[in-house]
Design a protein around this ligand. Structure first.
Ligand SMILES: Nc1nc2c(c(=O)[nH]1)N[C@H]1C(S)=C(S)[C@@H](COP(=O)(O)OP(=O)(O)OC[C@H]3O[C@@H](n4cnc5c(=O)[nH]c(N)nc54)[C@H](O)[C@@H]3O)O[C@H]1N2
Ligand SMILES: Nc1nc2c(c(=O)[nH]1)N[C@H]1C(S)=C(S)[C@@H](COP(=O)(O)OP(=O)(O)OC[C@H]3O[C@@H](n4cnc5c(=O)[nH]c(N)nc54)[C@H](O)[C@@H]3O)O[C@H]1N2
Ligand code: SF4
Ligand SMILES: [Mo]
Length: 733
């Protein structure tokens, strides 16, 4: 049977559901508030009302929630008041989780591609047929090529750990995740300075410099909420961003920095702090490695010099350096998260890490803090059968200086697959990840897919990556599935453990990836490696937390009241020198700058603009644009352009424009914004989709991944998303 994407629940019947739900909510609203705190069941005029704890999965933050279920339908999601990390909040996207669960565009049963990739012709399969087919394909690739001939790409999720485990059991080293488009350069920088990746005690700080991050739109809990509270308590916020973001709007000072020059600013701050001896000399002598070298190194980087690079006045740089040092150690140069920006992003972030180190903003209230263990145990699994004997290394090995072995780099992996060097990869297992929208240079990803015999995507919706796959398997949403426990260590709120149980049964024929992997393992004679249930797994995870199960059941969260400050007292750092490294000897040995050296970014040609990326508070990456509730906030994306630059090109607000680069082009409406630099343009991601299965947004806006060129950070291999120059031309009014 060949069928177009079927929609078993039409939009009309979906509305009927929501209508019923609204009526039921009105009755349920009389339920005492206390019921929101404890999962309970009761009978109301409309029928059964239940409350279930769960954890939001509309983005990475995992905010605790209580789901109201009436007559088997989820009618409302509320914050779990006992979940401190999100400070009693569910954001707009968290509230819109119901529209993800009941999205008429959801994938409903396994689909096999018929016709060419992207043609949109699908055959419905039974699960047995789909799994037999997938197992056959994976086996054929392993036999014809090697077990490393399959690439695995798990997205950010509590079940992703099983995809990693499956890759290991199957015998492939080739795993890439979203991380090389996200935070690896920050991680690299902090690991190579402090020996670990810290988090920020925003709530208690007195001074924050936020550069290349946007916490009032790119939400990280509790930082986003704590930033607002800290500001009310007198914390000063200095923001560096070429765009006037919501964070810039609420800052005490905003500098519209020349993109790619943050390093000049931070080196100049260090120049002032060291030359004026504004740091704590005793602390430095005890904890830091390489202060003398750093002092020599930053002599060349005066505020007057920096002004010429970053366009921030020298007198402001001097003043900010003094203010920051006066507030230290109750101060933070905010590490940020998505740092996949420039070819030297690791060194930019390292300059920020070094500045925090110099001022001692570490392991004390209001500074950077070490991550804490929450006491989860790693379940014991049998030894993977092929892994150690595998003759091959990761395919992307050696393509960047300091890639993370478990993550590699999507950009370099893609290049290596296209070149088929040093060996071919022919299969791709994608779970909850959408590289056709989230990785720069969409054409290049399509080129990579052309080299593959078999692409399998497990998703909740027909993402672009699913649309271009050979086999598409439907997954349940977070409100329908059971997940392992997950430790949230990196939060100043409290280190805690969360988990998920189904709030409602899985809709349609959707199946969790854990079940899919177990079934595939059985078909590949690897069943013994997946011979455990989710309950077994979770029990093992919680075995050293005697109160864990009870707390998760009764409160929806388990807290481990561990030490927050002074964690490193009497401890050595996990660096080569065993101290906090301003100067990195390992870098020097590898021929990498041991302290960040400034090199001016490429100049934007007069007839072009630098394209920058960034978030807004109602979308998560490229996932929620099609959400029935959220897409109304932004039905299509626009190109932010400064009115002066637009006028020079004859572009008026709302005109259709073409944006083009060496990678590709797109057409979208121009939006004139005073708050963006004249040499910079911006557009939101997740539009210009290939997939006709995303019915709210198909045909709307342009795809930024199509236009972004694929530069990468020299050290971490992270995609560098702010290095692309584009032409903008007017198409029509
Ligand atoms: N609402 C929402 N929240 C989210 C997410 C989401 O998708 N939606 N995603 C989550 C994830 S996975 C992540 S990684 C984080 C990301 O969190 P952030 O890193 O805070 O998010 P971005 O929006 O990428 O912010 C980067 C900012 O850097 C600016 N910028 C560009 N070039 C330069 C430059 O040269 N110098 C300086 N100083 N600034 C520059 C951009 O204009 C942009 O505003 O957000 C998390 N929270
Ligand atoms: N232009 C541009 N590109 C970027 C960024 C940017 O700011 N601008 N940010 C970068 C960053 S920081 C990140 S973290 C990455 C994120 O990149 P991705 O991980 O690729 O992005 P998501 O939008 O989170 O993709 C998640 C996919 O999972 C699916 N999904 C959602 N819920 C479920 C579920 O419960 N089960 C299953 N199986 N699937 C589900 C969605 O439909 C979607 O297809 O993007 C990076 N790329
Ligand atoms: S920040 Fe919003 S979308 Fe993300 S987990 Fe929390 S409530 Fe959900
Ligand atoms: Mo991210």
């Amino acid at each position: 049977m060949s069928a177009k994407l079927d929609t078993a629940i039409s939009r009309r019947s979906f509305l009927k559901w929501t209508g019923a739900a609204t009526a039921a909510t009105a009755v349920g609203a009389r339920t005492p508030v206390l019921h929101a705190l404890v999962p309970s069941e009761e009978n109301t005029a409309s029928g059964r009302v239940e409350q279930h704890f769960s954890v939001c999965d509309m983005c990475l933050n995992k905010c605790g929630l209580v789901a109201r279920v009436e007559d088997g339908v989820v009618t409302k999601l509320d914050p779990n008041p006992k979940f401190l990390k999100s400070r009693g909040m569910l954001c707009a996207r968290g509230n819109a989780g119901i529209a993800q669960l009941y999205d008429p565009d959801r994938l409903k049963y396994p689909l096999l591609r018929k016709g060419k990739r992207g043609e949109g012709k699908w055959q419905r399969l039974s699960w047995d047929q789909a799994l037999d087919y997938a197992a056959e394909q994976l086996k054929a690739i392993a036999e014809k090529y090697t077990r490393c001939g399959v690439l695995f790409s798990p997205g950010s999720d509590m079940q992703s750990t099983f995809v990693h485990w499956f890759a290991e059991v199957f015998g492939s080293y080739n795993v890439t995740t979203h991380e090389s488009a996200c935070l690896l350069s920050r991680n690299r920088a902090y690991l190579d300075t402090f020996g670990e990746v810290p988090f920020s005690d925003v709530l208690h700080t007195k001074y924050i410099i936020m550069a290349g991050a946007n916490r009032f739109e790119a939400l990280i809990t509790p930082d986003s909420i704590d930033l607002m509270t800290a500001k009310k308590e007198g914390c000063k916020l200095v923001v560096l961003d070429p765009r006037y973001t919501k964070t810039a709007g609420l800052a005490d000072e905003w500098y519209q920095i020349r993109p790619g020059t943050d390093l000049a600013f931070f080196l100049a701050l260090m120049h002032v702090i060291i030359s004026e001896k504004l740091y704590d000399a005793d602390y430095a002598a005890e904890k830091l490695f390489g202060l003398e070298q750093l002092g020599e190194h930053v002599k060349q980087y005066s505020p007057e010099w920096a002004e010429g690079e970053c366009q921030i006045p020298a007198q402001d740089i001097r003043r900010i350096a003094r203010e920051l040092a006066a507030a230290a150690p109750t101060a933070i140069v905010y590490p940020g998260r998505r740092t996949s920006d420039y070819v030297n992003s690791t060194q930019i972030r390292r300059s920020m890490a070094i500045l925090n180190a110099l001022l001692g903003n570490w392991d004390r209230p209001g500074g950077l803090l070490a991550a804490r263990q929450v006491g989860l145990s790693k379940p014991e699994l049998p030894e993977a059968p092929w892994y150690e004997d595998n003759p091959d290394d990761r395919l992307d090995m050696g393509r960047a200086h300091m890639m993370f072995e478990e993550e590699g780099s999507f950009k370099h992996m893609r290049d290596a697959i296209i070149e088929a060097k040093p060996y071919p990869i022919k299969g791709w297992f994608v779970y909850k990840h959408n590289p056709l929208q989230s990785e720069a240079n969409r054409q290049r990803t399509l080129e990579m897919m052309d080299k593959l015999d078999f692409v399998l995507t497990v998703d909740i919706a027909m993402s672009d990556t699913a649309w271009m796959s050979d086999l598409v398997l439907p997954a349940p949403s977070y409100l329908e599935r059971q997940d392992p426990a997950s430790g949230l260590q990196g939060s100043s709120a409290c280190a805690c453990v969360v988990t998920r149980d189904p709030v409602v049964p899985a809709l349609f024929e959707s199946k969790p990836v854990f079940w899919i992997l177990k079934e595939l393992a059985n078909r590949l004679d690897l069943g013994e490696y997946f011979d455990f249930t989710m309950e077994d797994y979770r029990k093992q995870q919680l075995k050293k937390l005697p109160d864990g199960e009870r707390a998760l059941k009764e409160d929806g969260v388990y807290y481990n009241p561990s030490k927050l400050y002074g964690v490193y007292e009497g401890r050595v750092y996990k660096t080569k020198s065993k101290r906090i490294e301003l100067y990195n000897e390992r870098y020097a040995e590898m021929g990498v700058d041991p302290m960040p050296v400034y090199r001016s970014p490429r100049k934007v040609p007069a007839d072009r603009f630098r394209l920058v990326v960034g978030r807004n508070a109602y979308f998560t990456h490229c996932t929620t644009q099609n959400n029935g509730l959220l897409h109304e906030f932004m039905p299509e994306n626009t190109l932010w352009i400064n009115p002066k630059s637009a006028s020079a090109l004859g572009i008026r607000d709302g005109d259709l424009v073409e944006v083009s680069s060496a990678a590709g082009k797109g057409e979208l409406k121009a939006e004139l914004k005073n708050g963006i630099r004249e040499d910079t343009v911006y557009m939101a991601s997740g539009f210009g989709v290939l997939s006709k299965g995303l019915t709210n947004i198909y045909g709307k806006g342009a795809c930024i991944a199509e236009v972004l060129e694929d530069y990468s950070d020299e050290l971490s291999g992270n995609m560098a998303m702010h290095e692309t120059f584009v032409r903008v031309t007017r198409k029509a009014a």
